[in-house]
Design a protein around this ligand. Structure first.
Ligand code: SAH
Length: 262
């Protein structure tokens, strides 16, 4: 008797597991979320903007609007969705993370982008930061990701949300995207231990680079650099941050060469 009930409960679990896998909605399909849940996410997003972004001093209206518009819950793995609007980073697979919303907003504001500007992001990850940049009026977005699976997934997520205008590339962002340089803004969302020389060269005069720099495995300092007419980079310290390491041959091959100040 006991044996039968053990077998039948095992069967139940197998059936449940089976029905779960076959009925699972595809990733990042906005129509797969019931409207009540969507509404809850919208409310959470509004609260996130007020409590964790506006209250900490972000004032740029375009940035606030972008943060209120982009559905962050569609850029995180399904099992993280309920936490998507929390005041912290979240894992996105391959040992990488989607940054804390406040950090995304602050870095976006520090880029000081205007209509007609072109911006390069190094470290597409989930595609969330790229989507926030793409929401800024008249800004053209280029983004590079080194992990092929993440690059592919981010491209699909961005396209499924209608951001077909974002230029995505898989590759080592140490070398930037020379074909589309110069950029008015460059944002780096992984931490190198020096400013990659190609990125410095691909920044327009008057352009802003926002980048965390620090020793591998440690905390970093977030810098805003503004390129001067003579090519010098004026540096503004924006405080301590914790980003995933910058990877790839470019950074390893240039460990001795980079140096500080950039
Ligand atoms: N901006 C992302 C955060 C991603 S975390 C988002 O909104 O989700 C940093 C990302 O930088 C990771 O996906 C990592 O794979 C990527 N990365 C690290 N080194 C890189 C390099 N040399 N070139 C391009 N991407 C890199």
């Amino acid at each position: 008797m006991r044996r039968i009930s053990v077998i039948s409960s095992a069967l139940m679990i197998a059936l449940t597991a089976c029905s779960l896998t076959t009925s699972a909605p595809p990733r990042a399909d906005p129509t797969a979320i019931p409207p009540e849940e969507e509404q809850r996410f919208t409310q959470q997003r509004e609260q996130m903007v007020v409590k964790t972004i506006k209250n900490r001093g972000i004032t740029d209206e375009d940035v606030l609007q972008a943060m209120e518009t982009v559905p962050r819950h569609l850029f995180v793995p399904e099992e993280q969705r309920v936490q998507a609007y929390g005041d912290y980073p979240l894992p996105i697979g391959f040992g990488q993370t989607i940054s804390q919303p406040y950090i995304v907003a602050m870095m976006t504001e520090l880029l000081e982008l205007e209509e007609g500007d072109r911006v390069l992001e190094v470290g597409t990850g989930s595609g969330y930061q790229a989507a926030v940049l793409a929401e800024l009026p008249g800004v053209e977005v280029y983004t590079v990701e080194i992990v092929p699976e993440l690059a592919q997934r981010a491209k699909e997520t961005l396209e499924s949300l209608g951001h077909t205008e974002v230029h995505c590339k898989q590759g080592d962002g140490y070398y930037g995207w020379p074909e589309h340089a110069p950029f008015d803004g460059i944002i780096v969302t992984a931490a190198p231990d020096h400013v990659p020389q190609p990125l410095r060269e691909q920044l327009a005069v008057g352009g802003r680079m926002v980048i965390p720099i620090g020793p591998r495995g440690g905390y970093q300092t977030l810098w805003q650099f503004v390129k001067q007419p003579d090519g010098e980079m004026k540096a503004y310290n924006k405080g301590g941050v914790a980003f995933v390491p910058f990877t790839g041959k470019g950074i390893r091959g240039n460990e001795e060469g980079g140096g500080w100040p950039p």
